[in-house]
Design a protein around this ligand. Structure first.
Ligand code: HEC
Length: 225
């Protein structure tokens, strides 16, 4: 019985040997056909690999930008605060949206500060508004709102603010009191990451007033503005 089975197996083996050439050819054909069809199927995915890489790079930039914004303390000045019993706290719902346009100016001796007659060189309350001999400056809206934030700003415009240490859109280009001297030490790519990250924020419409120059007649009569 066992012998019979063995003989039968040998028979199969012989058959296999004879046909192995044909079999190999068939397998080869099957592979080429399937590869061929795979090629046609996967071709459209080729550019998506590049997209993937771009997405990985974008995510990396967003992460790095976020860290730099945290380390740079941008929110300290650019986020409106909630006045609590423990002091001013950044309002998460208005993250980086700048000096709130609907907020009245804080009660400060503007004329004296601007004339340099006060003991301090500059004054601020919640750090979204700053008063000094340069006038009154308001922290900008850094959310990607196209009308009131940086949504319509190009990457180059943004980076130039830091590398040239000046504003492009206002008559007086200095950005006091923002520590641009520190931020200008960041590399082009780091500043780019900050820009890319900021563009991912929730856009908030808030039209921050432009700087009030020291010669403004708002301060003429020595009264608070
Ligand atoms: C000490 C407060 C302070 C800090 C910290 C600060 N800023 Fe500012 N920033 C300001 C003020 C105030 C202005 C408006 C100046 C002006 O034009 O009068 C401004 C303006 C800007 C502008 C110009 C916007 C425009 O429309 O031209 C950009 C961009 C900006 N800040 C980004 C940043 C980023 C990014 C950080 C963190 C890395 C940061 N700021 C940290 C106070 C600050």
């Amino acid at each position: 019985m066992g012998f019979k089975v063995l003989r039968m197996l040998r028979g199969y083996q012989k058959l296999l040997r004879i046909h192995s050439g044909v079999l190999l050819a068939l397998i080869f054909l099957a592979i080429t056909i399937s590869c061929g069809s795979n090629k046609a199927e996967f071709n459209p995915q080729k550019p998506s690999k590049a997209d993937d890489q771009e997405e990985v790079y974008r995510k990396y930039n967003v992460e790095r930008g976020k860290r730099l914004v945290e380390l740079g303390g941008c929110s300290q000045c650019h986020t409106p605060k909630i006045n609590t019993t423990l002091g001013y706290k950044p309002d998460k719902d208005r993250f980086l949206s700048g000096y709130p346009a609907d907020k009245p100016l804080p009660n400060l001796p503007y004329a004296e500060i601007i004339a340099g007659e006060t003991e301090k060189t500059f004054y601020t309350t919640d750090a979204t508004v700053w008063v000094g001999r340069w006038g009154v400056s308001f922290a900008a809206n850094l959310t990607p709102d196209p009308e009131t934030g940086i949504g319509a700003m190009s990457e180059d415009d943004f980076i130039n603010i830091f590398s040239n240490k000046e504003h492009f859109s206002q008559e007086n280009p200095t950005i006091t009191p923002m520590p641009v001297n520190v931020y200008s030490q960041l590399s082009f790519f780091e500043l780019r990451s900050i820009f890319i990250y900021l563009q991912t924020l929730e856009p908030i419409s808030n039209e921050v007033p432009t700087r009030i120059p020291p010669e403004s007649d708002l301060f003429d009569d020595g009264q608070d503005a």
